[in-house]
Design a protein around this ligand. Structure first.
Ligand code: PGA
Length: 250
């Protein structure tokens, strides 16, 4: 299974920043071999510009979110067909910031996932527990419930186009990374719940200096990277550690 590394730019960059960052990645990455899949998720409004910059490269255009309805009076909504028409081939659903700040509940996440898959795009389904839930020993139950709510009822063909991202909420943007032991335990747990060969990414304060150790942990198939994806240099270092090509810089 190829390692997958996706940079989630969240609500960062201007148009010029986004294009410059994409250019830096295209130039720095060169040809990605078949065992590595690299993607970036710019803000919606820069998808088209970044898509042009990525054209002809092996870097995938990813969306940070989507609306579950195909069209209609949903002011500010962005539908799956809109994304597909811009060349997006993968959509992130259920990110913890969407769940917490924008109120995406399990039913909405499941609907977004289905809409994405029905449009023919791949999906990254984010799951992860809050710190209080981990401290109460509920982390596995929380993640299991999130997975079941979204994945139950999908066909094998649809499941094959889903990647799961385990992102403990307490590790996102905090500088606190799950230890390889904590991440490895959860990845093994998730792997045991999923049928088939589904990639499981880790996300939460992934940096150039912890990526190599994390990706060497059994069960971790790649990363969803936030803050460290906003600089070409640090994102490329993370990508290279996944390709086993890490250079000496840290
Ligand atoms: P972070 O974000 O790398 O800044 O912690 C990860 C994410 O939200 O996907």
């Amino acid at each position: 299974m190829p390692r997958i590394v996706i940079g989630n730019w969240k609500m960062h960059t201007t148009r010029d920043d986004a294009v410059a960052l994409a250019k830096g990645l295209v130039e720095g990455l060169g040809e990605v071999n078949g065992s590595l899949c690299v993607g970036v998720a710019p803000p919606f409004c820069f998808l088209e510009a970044v898509g042009h910059t990525l054209a002809g490269s092996s870097i995938e255009l990813v969306a940070q979110d989507v609306h579950s309805e195909p069209k209609g009076a949903f002011t500010s909504g962005v539908s799956t067909s809109m994304l597909a028409s811009l060349g997006v081939n993968r959509v992130i659903v259920g990110h913890s910031e969407r769940r917490k700040i924008f109120g995406d509940d399990d039913a909405m996440v499941a609907a977004k996932l289905r809409a994405t898959l029905n449009e023919g795009m791949d999906a990254v389904l984010c799951v992860g527990e809050q710190l209080s839930q981990r401290e109460a020993g509920e982390h596995q139950a929380v993640v299991r419930a999130q997975l079941e709510a979204s994945l139950d009822g999908l066909s094998d063909e649809q499941l094959a186009r889903v990647t799961v991202a385990y992102e403990p909420v307490w590790a996102i943007g905090t500088g606190v990374t799950a230890t390889p032991a904590q991440a490895g335990e959860m990845h093994e747990f998730i792997g045991g719940l999923l049928k088939g060969d589904i990639a499981i990414l880790y996300g939460g304060s992934v940096k150039p200096d912890n990526a190599a150790e994390l990706v060497a942990t059994p069960g971790i198939d790649g990363f969803l990277v936030g803050g460290a994806s906003l600089k070409a240099d640090s994102f490329l270092q993370i990508v290279k550690s996944c390709a086993g090509l890490a250079d000496a810089r840290s």
